[in-house]
Design a protein around this ligand. Sequence first.
Ligand code: PEP
Ligand code: MN
Length: 278
Amino acid sequence: MNSPRDIADLGSQNQASASTHTVRVGRWVFGGRDLPVIAGPCSIESEAHLRETALGVRQSGAALLRGGVYKMRTSPDSFQGIGEPAFQFLAQVKRDLEMPLVSEITDPRQLPLMIDVVDMFQVGSRNMYNYELLKELGQAKKPVLLKRAFAATVDEWLKAADYVLKGHDQVVLCERGIRTFETSTRNTLDLNSVAYLKAHAQLPVIVDPSHGTGRPELITPLAAAAIAAGADGLIVEVHPRPREAKSDAFQAIGFAHFTALVDRCARVAEACDRRLAR
Ligand code: PEP
Ligand code: MN
């Protein structure tokens, strides 16, 4: 473990970096030469749904499984995630599939339930400014995937990371697109931030082309572009039957589409002297 001073240097204090700090989740490492791909549903709908999705994405080369138990939805009338009943099957599904789980924590009160089964805590865009949550996650000593708030500057994002870094150094940043005047896509995927962070910070940075574009036909091109820009991994929403997804159905991709994405990204990674972790 680094000293507190070294940890501070990883976040907003860091002015120039030659190397990326590494973050391990299970047997996968973010920030090294190999690029882990996180894939799975926006939200977990049932045990059968999670198993089917996990098997599909693993066969295509995903290293880690994503899936929301608790969802931060813009409308209180939208599906909020299945919540607590998920904890009856999550540990078993993970064991059977041998995939670490990345899942969003939306409230510090969920920590006791999640701590033993979630391998990497996702902090969603809407919670990047929830400093009490970030402080708690610093104390939890488990890897954190910190998404960029959709109107945050890179500096605000790094300062949010500093809150976790006060406690431990297992933080991966996730660019997921920002709000702009553009309406043809859900968000504008800011790949400037990826190249900027690779030049000026040390934390690993991954990219979410699903929320970054909100359009299935743009997900593979932007995933490939993210890797070309230096991203240390990807997180992608995949559903066995995309149109039936209970959240973010409009941007979900199916297994065949995900397989094509992985193949294309593997070739781009190779051209950049890196490779997908699998
Ligand atoms: C998600 O990953 O499903 C999600 C809600 O992402 P974001 O916080 O980036 O909107
Ligand atoms: Mn989603």
